[in-house]
Design a binder for this molecule. Structure first.
Ligand SMILES: Cc1cc2nc3c(=O)[nH]c(=O)nc-3n(C[C@H](O)[C@H](O)[C@H](O)COP(=O)(O)OP(=O)(O)OC[C@H]3O[C@@H](n4cnc5c(N)ncnc54)[C@H](O)[C@@H]3O)c2cc1C
Length: 336
């Protein structure tokens, strides 16, 4: 097997994976996609006893998932009732992972700011221990806020951890682009291909919502801030261990992956207004990702040409937030 087909290639993981490199034995479930959705589904399916093969043409560090700020927050995902249920499952799973360490998951307090009189607070039903922000916690222009402790996931670390967990559970990995589901030998296929899922299922309802972030050296921040209603543009500051993710943008239908320096300057200005400690923090990296937005997240099962096709895509700005809950439904839909 040539080197290009061996993956994951992250140094810390490759060491543990020699016996899991793709070896032409096919599992009974194929998962297309190795973003946070595909990997979480693969792990839960393997833990449920399935033989699983992940097929993907982009490795975890090169996926949209690796760009995510990593805050548990149900942004740009519907329908509300399922999102709440999936989000609640993920919340408790991430809380448990935060206690284990070594996986990039932290629990951190922060504030969701509101600039309108009647904000949508539906998401708080999943969150224990939230409270109204005090006046001292509200920057100028914010009329209210919700303070709570939520998971903050450092995606590059977490995706690598997920790959390692998958490998230990027996999941095999293959680098390939799937043109048609009929190419796959497995009778059960999970489509977790993010924005490109519709090409495989014949679903035209996915659209990109472009997001640009800049990551700064962390001057010691621990508290995150979300300011989606900011009239100058959505803004968030998410401190992780080694950096602070500053965003963001939400450009409907835009798919340009180039970093726009003018947009970055504006993102930084909004971030510094929320967290003045960031003023002189050095830029470590920058990224653009396309959120896979759909009128509603698709998690269902159909039978087509003698094959079971389970869809799990369209997670919008909440793929991390919904990942564990959706994976539970996928296991249920896969059956035995
Ligand atoms: C700037 C930004 C900030 C965000 N912040 C957050 C946040 O704080 N919290 C949160 O919960 N969410 C956040 N999100 C949203 C989150 O990143 C996405 O919802 C999530 O990454 C979607 O994951 P996915 O696994 O479906 O897709 P992806 O990560 O895009 O993975 C798709 C996978 O499918 C593979 N693939 C696609 N087509 C094929 C094919 N035909 N053949 C083989 N392989 C294929 C790709 O190679 C890739 O491996 C953010 C997104 C952006 C852009």
């Amino acid at each position: 097997m040539e080197a290009a087909r061996r993956w994951p290639s992250q140094p810390g993981v490759r060491r543990n994976l020699g016996r899991f490199w793709y070896d032409h034995r096919m599992g009974d479930v194929a998962v297309i996609g190795s973003g946070v959705i595909g990997l979480t589904c693969a792990l839960r399916l393997a833990e449920a006893g399935h033989r699983v093969e992940v097929v993907a043409d982009r490795r975890p560090p090169d996926t949209v998932s690796a760009v995510a700020g990593g805050l548990w927050f149900p942004y740009r995902a519907a329908p509300p009732d399922r999102v709440l249920r999936w989000g609640a499952v993920s919340l408790s799973r991430f809380a448990a992972l935060a206690g284990e360490g070594g996986n990039g998951v932290l629990l951190r307090e922060g504030v969701v700011l509101h600039r309108r009189a009647s904000p949508d607070l539906g998401w708080t039903a999943a969150v224990r221990g939230h409270r109204p922000a005090s006046a001292a916690e509200l920057p100028g222009g914010a009329v209210s806020g919700v303070v709570c402790t939520l998971p903050v996931v450092d995606l590059p670390v977490y995706l690598e951890w997920l790959v390692g967990r998958c490998a230990r559970a027996g999941v095999r990995f293959r680098s390939a682009t799937v043109g048609r589901l009929a190419e796959l030998p497995q009778e059960r296929v999970v489509v977790a291909a993010g924005l490109r899922s519709g090409e495989l299922t014949g679903d035209p309802s996915l659209a990109p919502v472009r997001g640009q972030v800049v990551r700064l050296a962390n001057p010691g921040l621990t508290r995150w801030v979300v300011d989606d209603d900011n009239p100058a543009g959505m803004a968030y500051v998410i401190p992780r261990d080694g950096d602070v993710v500053c965003g963001g943008t939400a450009d409907e239908g835009e798919s340009d992956l180039a970093v726009d320096p003018a947009v970055e300057r504006a993102v930084l200005a909004r971030a510094v207004a929320l967290a003045p400690e960031l003023r002189d923090a050095p830029v470590l990296s920058r990224a653009v990702g396309l959120r896979p937005v759909r009128p509603s997240v698709r998690v269902d099962r159909v039978e087509r040409d003698g094959r079971v096709v389970i869809s799990c895509y369209g997670h919008g700005g909440a793929g991390v937030t919904l990942s564990w809950g959706c994976a539970e439904d996928v296991v249920e839909l896969a059956g035995r």
